[in-house]
Write a protein that binds this ligand. Structure first.
Ligand SMILES: Cc1cc2nc3c(=O)[nH]c(=O)nc-3n(C[C@H](O)[C@H](O)[C@H](O)COP(=O)(O)OP(=O)(O)OC[C@H]3O[C@@H](n4cnc5c(N)ncnc54)[C@H](O)[C@@H]3O)c2cc1C
Length: 381
């Protein structure tokens, strides 16, 4: 197999890697993105993301894609409702669309980024198997198909299980004891009307200490559910997710006694439940400067899901792209400038992410989150 040399080599065509490639393109700097998925359609891209003014939206502006972003906003999806296990409404925030956190589908966001890049920038079906230093800031990247590339500036945008990370850090993600289990209901307004009504126009949270059901309404009457459970890895491992009926019954049993129109999000699920065990890197993960390589997004700072990860990945991508453009011919100055800002930024988000997870599933659930959202706890609490 041949070896090619690429100037800016990005591993991973997630939101972080694509924003980086796009911002570099805007500045006239060529880059190549190597992605393990065989094609853009190889797998569905997950649920809805709220895109924040301070980071995600700024990144898209730097990418010159504000107009394209505005066109994919799911209007009304910012509405938020909190229910108790009986289905009683604890909080109902219809949210206007000026809250600065519009919702979009991850797949739509990825599409506008892909459409903004010249053909050939993303090389599909190229799964990295390993990386090694060649000295003086150069690296060799090996792929599972036996090919290699040599880079003078290597960026790991390859998510939680980054193959690039070992070049800079020994840290590995650890399970935090919380698992999200995804299910979907389709045509919900017609076929599951009580459930669709309970979820409302946006997001619905039914949370208690250690467990909860969270659902988002996506375009086209789709209800996308994340069951949240604080359970050991052994417990999750004991659920046979290859047996849809048995797995559904095990998960539903955790919500015995809850209102049927809420548990229907699990019991009537129209896709096999998918378990996402939540792993994180150590708080404030950082490393000493290593010539010729850096990380962005989850590869750099995998933290509990708090609605910030994708926003931060895109912001990292745009900040790194701008730093490379601002230091022509001086890779080390660019990477040092990027990391000097990224480390303290992600450290502060780690703290927020732990707090939000605790508000959702900790012993004050759901009232801690209701307070956090700025509303009074309901009468009787
Ligand atoms: C259940 C759940 C819900 C979440 N909800 C939200 C939310 O509402 N809002 C939010 O902002 N964030 C959310 N997040 C966090 C968010 O998904 C991540 O922070 C974000 O996707 C990180 O983007 P990234 O580009 O760094 O990595 P990724 O999105 O993981 O992209 C990495 C890319 O690299 C590719 N890749 C991986 N390994 C290799 C390899 N060896 N070779 C080549 N390519 C490779 C992958 O295929 C992928 O395309 C959630 C996370 C979870 C688990």
């Amino acid at each position: 197999m041949h070896t090619e040399t690429t100037p800016v080599t990005i591993i991973g065509a997630g939101l972080g890697g694509l924003v980086l490639a796009r911002v570099l393109h805007v500045h006239g700097i060529p880059a190549t993105v190597y992605e393990s998925d065989a094609s853009p359609e190889a797998r569905t891209q997950g649920g809805q993301l709220d895109i924040h003014e301070g980071d995600g939206q700024r990144a898209l502006a730097d990418a010159g894609l504000t107009e394209e972003f505005r066109a994919i906003i799911h209007e009304g999806a910012e509405a938020l409702r909190m229910l108790d296990p009986d289905g009683a409404v604890l909080l109902d925030d219809p949210a206007d669309d000026t809250a600065g956190r519009p919702e979009v589908l991850r797949g739509d966001l990825r599409r506008i980024l892909l459409d903004s890049l010249p053909d050939g920038v993303v090389r599909w079906g190229r799964k990295v198997s390993g990386v090694r230093s060649l000295g003086e800031g150069r690296h060799e990247v090996s792929f599972t198909d036996g090919s290699t590339v040599t880079s003078t500036l290597l960026v790991g945008a390859d998510g939680a299980w980054s193959k690039v990370r070992p070049l800079v850090s020994d840290a590995v993600p650890a399970y935090i004891g919380t698992t999200f289990i995804e299910t979907y209901l389709y045509d919900a307004d017609e076929r599951h009307s009580a459930t669709a009504e309970a979820v409302g126009r946006g997001a619905m949270y039914a949370l208690t200490p250690g467990k909860g059901i969270v659902a988002h309404r996506e375009a086209g009457g789709v209800l996308h559910t994340y069951v949240q459970l604080n359970r050991s890895a052994e417990w999750i491992g004991s659920v046979d997710f290859t047996d849809t009926a048995a797995a559904t019954a095990r998960i539903a049993a955790e919500f015995d006694g809850w209102a049927p129109h809420l548990t229907a999000l699990v019991t009537d699920g129209e896709t096999a439940p998918v378990a996402r065990m939540i792993h994180t890197l150590p708080d404030a993960h950082h490393w000493d400067r290593v010539p010729g390589v850096t990380l962005i997004g989850d590869a750099a700072h995998l933290m509990p899901p708090s609605g910030d990860g994708a926003n931060l990945a895109m912001f990292d991508g745009s900040e790194l792209g701008k730093a490379i453009a601002a230091h022509p011919g001086d890779t080390e100055a660019a990477l040092a400038a990027y990391e000097a800002e990224m480390f303290p930024r992600s450290a502060s988000f780690y703290a927020d992410a732990h707090e939000i997870l605790d508000l959702c599933l900790g012993k004050r659930a759901p009232y801690g989150l209701i307070d956090f959202l700025g509303s009074a706890a309901p009468a009787g609490e």
